[in-house]
Design a protein around this ligand. Structure first.
Ligand code: ZN
Length: 60
């Protein structure tokens, strides 16, 4: 598995909301989740997106 570091994780000033566990949202609308919540929140977001019936782009 390739690892993608969040490019702005060292830029403290760009964080808009930060939670005590380590999750945060940046001023430009990106979310970064802590290790504890990463998997759970990704699954939750993906299931919400499926409920919204958004069309998936399949790239092969
Ligand atoms: Zn968290």
């Amino acid at each position: 598995m390739s690892e993608h570091k969040y490019s702005k994780c060292t830029v403290e000033g760009d964080k808009k909301i930060k939670w005590i566990c380590g999750c945060f949202q940046t001023v430009d609308g990106y979310f970064k989740f802590c290790d504890t919540h990463d998997e759970t929140l990704k699954k939750a977001i993906q299931s919400q997106i499926d409920e919204l019936d958004m069309t998936r782009i399949v790239e092969n």
